[in-house]
Design a binder for this molecule. Structure first.
Ligand SMILES: C[S@@+](CC[C@H](N)C(=O)[O-])C[C@H]1O[C@@H](n2cnc3c(N)ncnc32)[C@H](O)[C@@H]1O
Length: 152
């Protein structure tokens, strides 16, 4: 799949894991990628759902959406669509998706509870949320200019 993806799509890929290892995506279903970035996960998802399924990607950054659109156009995928949107206000109706994926996006969102509640709103009953992300277990390191313990 990596070899089949356009170079620009891969250059800007910044996922933190592989949400597709959590379970198989069901063919012929609808899937949403929250924070699709340059579209590599969306590209993989478009293959997983097959030609009768449909995948949507949203991203807060118009530049990333434009890049994803260009990349997906190069691949000729007919079942993928992207738009600019905020994960805290998903522009989709309740229960639209069988699967929602996100890869490295939730850690970037200020109101995570709101984003997760939006994801569950657009998921169909019995649907799946496949998420790869980073969790901080300790305090963040001090920013430059602040005193650190090891400076003493
Ligand atoms: C780690 S990247 C996603 C990688 C992507 N899955 C791929 O295949 O390249 C995280 C993305 O989340 C987007 N993002 C950050 N905050 C967001 C928000 N509130 N709503 C939607 N997208 C957001 C960023 O613009 C970025 O493109």
């Amino acid at each position: 799949m990596i070899k089949a993806a356009p170079e620009d799509m891969m250059k800007s890929y910044c996922g933190v894991g592989n949400p597709f290892t959590l379970r198989n995506v069901i063919p012929d279903t609808d899937l949403l990628d929250v924070g699709c970035g340059s579209g590599f996960d969306l590209f993989c998802a478009s293959h997983a759902v097959g030609p009768l399924g449909k995948v949507f990607g949203i991203d807060l950054s118009p530049a990333m959406v434009a890049k994803a659109e260009r990349g997906l156009a190069k691949t000729g995928r007919q079942n993928a669509e992207v738009k600019v949107a905020d994960a805290e206000n998903l522009p989709f109706e309740e229960g639209k998706f069988d699967t929602v994926i996100s890869n490295g996006t939730l850690n970037l969102i200020p109101d995570k509870e709101r984003a997760v509640s939006e994801i569950y709103r657009v998921l169909a009953p019995g649907g799946y949320f496949l998420c790869a992300d980073m969790v901080r277990r300790e305090d963040a390191p001090p920013v430059d200019g602040e005193r650190r313990d090891w400076d003493q």
